[in-house]
Design a protein around this ligand. Structure first.
Ligand code: PLP
Length: 374
């Protein structure tokens, strides 16, 4: 049997939706994007959503609009995809890592305050695997120190914690529609926020800082426009939006299917004495990734065993501070964030997507258990 780490579920609905765009006049940012933005904002119960080409771009723009500039520090986690830390550098800031909770893999909110300096301007938490961080606790800290929170919600489209969903209580949240995310346009992203002024500037900066985008100029026949500050080129196009629109309707159904699969994994691995990140009270888990935590000295053997038996797996993530660029640039080394290093060395992510069959789920479980006996 071969169980891929991820298989998308795009089909007829997406083909039809994209075909409509290809037969129309407007390929770039236009009506399909606006429709997607409205749909995403409604789903998340936030006021504004802005379609972008990646979550990395969303983070870069959000940090820029939040006022991050050279010399500013942004507190974040060392256990994330590299985009989280790179976006801080792109905005001109400096990432200041805070170690994780050993139970969940999320940034340890109790360690944030000790890392705040005069240079700290924002906190960039990641809702790892789909479990949101304790925003109530972090909001209390940011209120005391007058800091902004920008959420890396790439794993957290369907998540909620203590009645709060991404983007509702913070400066804003950033989403990814990369190939393996729960809705996808191959590459894509979005920024969401409740504050209108913030949304307006993010919208402007996604297209070079141009005050009127192409669709708007086409519509009202504007001959010219102004650039009143520097922007980038992160605007989502109609083709990406057309791919995403039918998937908006499947978000809940697909999430329920992944949640059922995660429930089976969790029950069976618990019975087998295999550790997993814990889930806190008050959390609605997005179940974006399913992680197990195995003894360090068995992890790489298990990865080899899974590969040779056709089970796709991944490590989420290698600690960011130990990449050579970060060691060279900031002088980081082993032992700097020991909990993240230990967690990362024990972690394996298993296949988790709606198209998985029950037979495949059982095969993954059996193969993991066998691999650990070797
Ligand atoms: C996928 C991912 C990103 C980057 O998303 P892109 O759309 O590829 O830029 C950022 N953060 C996390 C946690 C991710 O999983």
């Amino acid at each position: 049997m071969k169980v891929e780490f991820f298989r998308h579920d795009l089909g007829e609905a997406e083909l039809e939706s994209v075909e409509k765009v290809l037969r129309s006049l407007f390929l770039t940012t236009g009506e399909r994007v606006e429709e997607f933005e409205r749909g995403l904002a409604d789903y998340l119960n936030v006021k504004h959503a802005i379609g972008l080409t990646s979550c990395t771009g969303a983070l870069h723009l959000a940090l820029t609009v939040a006022g991050i500039k050279a010399g500013d520090e942004v507190i974040t986690t060392p256990l994330s995809f590299i985009a989280t830390a790179n976006a801080i550098l792109m905005a001109g800031g400096t990432p200041r890592f805070v170690d994780i909770e050993p139970e969940t893999g999320n940034i340890d909110a109790d360690k944030i305050e000790a890392a705040i300096t005069k240079k700290t301007k924002a906190i960039l938490p990641v809702h790892l695997y789909g479990q949101m961080v304790d925003l109530k606790k972090i909001l209390a800290i940011t209120k005391r120190h007058n800091l902004k929170i920008i959420e890396d919600a790439a794993h957290a489209l369907e998540a909620e914690r203590d009645g709060i969903r991404p983007g509702q209580k913070t400066f804003g949240a950033c989403f990814s529609f990369y190939a393996t995310k729960s809705i996808t346009s191959g590459e894509g992203g979005a920024f969401v926020a409740n504050d209108q002024a913030t949304a307006k500037v993010v919208r402007q900066l996604r297209s070079h800082g141009i005050t009127a985008e192409a669709a708007q100029r086409h519509r009202v026949g504007l001959r010219s426009y102004d650039i009143d500050r520097l922007g980038w080129k992160y605007n989502m196009d109609n083709i990406q939006a057309a791919l995403l629109l039918p998937q908006l309707k499947r978000i809940v159904k697909n999430w329920e299917r992944r949640t059922a699969i995660a429930g089976i994994y969790r029950r069976e691995f618990e019975k087998a004495g295999i550790a997993m990140p814990s889930i806190n009270p008050g959390v609605t888990h997005a179940n974006h990734l399913f992680a197990i935590l195995v003894p360090k000295n068995k992890r790489d053997n298990l990865l080899d065993y899974l590969k040779s038996h056709g089970v796709g797996a991944a490590i989420n993530y290698p600690p960011i501070h130990l990449f050579s660029f970060f060691r060279k640039t900031f002088g980081f080394g082993e032992g700097d964030f020991p909990i993240a290093e230990d967690f990362s060395a024990r972690e394996i992510s298993l296949p988790l997507y709606p198209a998985l069959t029950l037979a495949e789920v059982k095969y993954v479980i059996k193969t993991v258990k066998e691999g650990l006996q070797k």
